[in-house]
Design a protein around this ligand. Structure first.
Ligand SMILES: [Zn+2]
Length: 72
């Protein structure tokens, strides 16, 4: 889905940026580097497309694989 207008503020200046974002995964904060996303130039609202979500999924899975020791 291509967003042409910010849902939050209605701004039309949507930028493609590469950022480091923090997301919550299973209650713990995870940092995702080099995530391509769309950002509103006006209010800073971030929009993740399918590719961005896939990228996050991949990173989360990688992390979960690394942490093979059982939690508690
Ligand atoms: Zn906005």
């Amino acid at each position: 889905m291509l967003i042409t207008r910010c849902i939050t503020c209605g701004g039309q200046q949507l930028l493609s940026v590469v950022e480091t974002v923090e997301i919550k995964v299973d209650g713990s904060l995870m940092v995702i580097d080099n995530l391509k996303l769309t950002k509103c130039n006006n209010c800073g609202e971030k929009y993740l497309d399918k590719k961005a979500n896939d990228y996050i999924d991949k990173k989360v899975k990688e992390k979960q694989t690394q942490q093979s020791s059982p939690a508690e």
